[in-house]
Design a protein. Structure first.
Length: 121
């Protein structure tokens, strides 16, 4: 069972992610946060396999989330995906440099994120 933690400012987006994952028996959302600091602390406590974060959060950015999780947990785990309305090349580059495993556009690449979640071992 893949354990997923979601750090997303939008309650609607969190709901959409939850709904999409109900179709897959091998995924379980173990927690959610709408702020960077809360999410980072919860990831440390819950040790999920996968983190999905937004780029823009209440008290920081997805870049902050990725950097701080990587600093605490290392480069291999958890897998970190960013789902954002701001997929510009500069943001993608900053997220990749911070250690994100993938960046997806909320409006056009949502299905690709779901495909990646299914493929993560």
């Amino acid at each position: 069972m893949k354990r997923i933690f979601v750090v997303e400012y939008s309650a609607l987006a969190r709901s959409r992610i939850r709904k999409a994952l109900t179709w897959y028996n091998d995924c379980e959302i173990v927690g959610e946060a709408d702020a960077a600091n809360e999410g980072i602390d919860a990831v440390t406590d819950l040790d999920p396999d996968i983190v999905i974060t937004d780029l823009l959060l209440k008290d920081g950015t997805g870049v902050d989330v990725v950097k701080r999780i990587r600093a605490r947990h290392g480069p291999a785990r958890p897998v970190i995906f960013v789902l954002t309305n701001h997929p510009q090349p500069k943001h993608r580059a900053a997220l990749a440099k911070a250690g994100a495993n993938g960046v997806f556009d909320k409006t056009r690449e949502y299905g690709l994120l779901i495909d990646e979640l299914r493929d993560v071992a």
